[in-house]
Design a protein around this ligand. Structure first.
Ligand SMILES: [Zn+2]
Ligand SMILES: [Zn+2]
Length: 421
């Protein structure tokens, strides 16, 4: 059956190339999306009827240009890679937006905030962070959200939901408390100049052993967790439910009984999928036995990913947590397709999905490399002056007295903005 689907896909792919809309970046997944969408929207040609009009482009999402439907969920992959930093693919991070206006971050892996930032979402809408576990490829960019959003106009503290560990020092509360201690210099010096409140972080630590336990319930959105099996006690998978939709983010996990029990019949399931043992040998120089362990005990092999998806049967499956490139994607894809023939995306960064009742539309985000902050409706709070200057007399004495020069340079600026000389 898998071969039949694959060969159907090859035919569609060939047609795609023939009429010139093949996107090499996600060629493999486009085939699946065409199937998922019933050959409709995804495969349609861009059309320009009015020479002065706009093109409806079925492949691209340009941030800030589309209203999210009231009964729609939008998921954006802002990080899909691995712990090693790579310019082309950040580590795990997913933005989930529901039609009621809520936005959630699931993991914040190293390098991912640049992609989040380019979505033009005001910092005030990105205050809810759910961490699957505490490996850096899942929370290494918390600093960028924390400090960047703080100076970018966030008006309130960040909130982080994350699992406990088998010991207190292995839990999310401990991690965030010590994160703030590590960044004490940043906090103290930034809080002098701007309001200190958005620099705070509220932690909601929950029991990693909870089975389908509700860890968040607000505004019609419920987030539940189940334990994940990955590297040690602590990791979890998340299940978000809203308006009858069910979206699962597995985090890192090897296949487990809880995933099979609680993630069935979801609309959209994101699950890790490891590089093949051969690829781990080539790209990481790992010995064969270790590559097998990576595939079977710590992470999920391509074949096991396919089997998981065949069992839980989501409307759309997403494989991530591998560097997606020519040297890797076909080997992984073959492994997945040996055990799963349903709708599938082989994720890479800036892939985006619109989930509606009758369709899952996959596209690529086209965003700016030079994105600035987008202002929200609430102006940033004024400085609260809670913290004294962190500069001692030693440093103050080193300042040059260039007031007269400043008066000359900035005279017009001061006058225009009503500043004293
Ligand atoms: Zn991990
Ligand atoms: Zn990971």
């Amino acid at each position: 059956m898998g071969n039949k689907v694959l060969s159907t896909g090859v035919v569609i792919l060939a047609i795609g190339i023939a009429i010139g809309f093949f996107i090499s970046h996600n060629g493999v997944t486009l085939v699946d999306s065409v199937q998922a969408a019933g050959g409709g929207e995804v495969g349609g040609r861009a059309t320009l009827a009015d020479p002065n009009g706009t093109v409806t482009n079925p492949f691209h999402y340009s941030p800030g240009t589309e209203t999210l439907g009231k009964d729609e969920i939008r998921v954006t992959a802002c990080g899909t890679g691995m712990p090693a930093a790579r310019r082309g693919q950040a580590a795990a991070c997913w933005v989930v937006e529901s039609g009621n206006g809520d936005k959630f971050l699931f993991d914040l892996g190293t390098g991912s905030m640049a992609n989040v930032q380019a979505l033009s979402i005001p910092a005030d809408y990105l205050t809810k962070v759910f961490l699957s576990h505490l490996h850096t490829d899942h929370w290494g960019d918390l600093a960028a959200l924390w400090a960047g959003g703080w100076s970018g106009g966030r008006t309130r503290p960040l909130e982080i939901w994350g699992p406990s560990g088998a010991r207190e020092d292995m839990g999310t509360k401990y991690a965030v408390e010590h994160f703030l201690k590590a960044y004490n210099w940043d906090y103290m010096t930034r809080a002098v100049a701007i309001n200190s409140v958005p620099g705070q972080i509220t932690v909601h630590e929950f029991d990693y052993k909870g089975l389908n336990q509700v860890v968040y319930e607000e505004n019609g959105v419920v987030v539940r967790t189940i334990p994940a099996i990955h590297a040690g006690d602590g990791p979890v998978s998340f299940i978000l439910e809203w308006n009858g939709y069910k979206v699962v983010y597995g985090g890192d996990t090897t296949p487990n009984k809880w995933f099979m029990e609680y993630c069935r019949d979801a609309d959209f399931v994101i699950h890790e999928c490891m590089l093949t043992p051969e690829q781990l040998m080539i790209f990481y120089g790992q010995p064969p036995a270790r590559t097998m362990m990576m595939n079977t005990e710590i992470h999920t092999s391509a074949q096991a990913f396919g089997k998981v998806m065949s069992e839980v049967a989501p409307r759309h499956a997403v494989a991530y947590h591998f560097f997606n490139e020519e040297g890797t994607r076909y080997g992984i894809y073959d492994g997945v397709r040996s055990t799963y023939d349903g709708p599938l995306s082989m994720a890479t960064d800036n892939m985006i999905w619109n989930i509606t009742r009758d369709n899952v539309l996959e596209r690529m985000v086209v965003s700016s490399d030079e994105a600035w902050d987008t202002a929200g409706p609430t102006p940033p709070p004024l400085p609260d002056n809670k913290y004294p200057s962190q500069e001692t007399q030693f440093i103050a004495d080193g300042r040059l007295d260039w007031k007269s020069l400043e008066a000359e340079w900035f005279g017009a600026f001061r006058e225009k903005n009503g500043l004293e000389k």
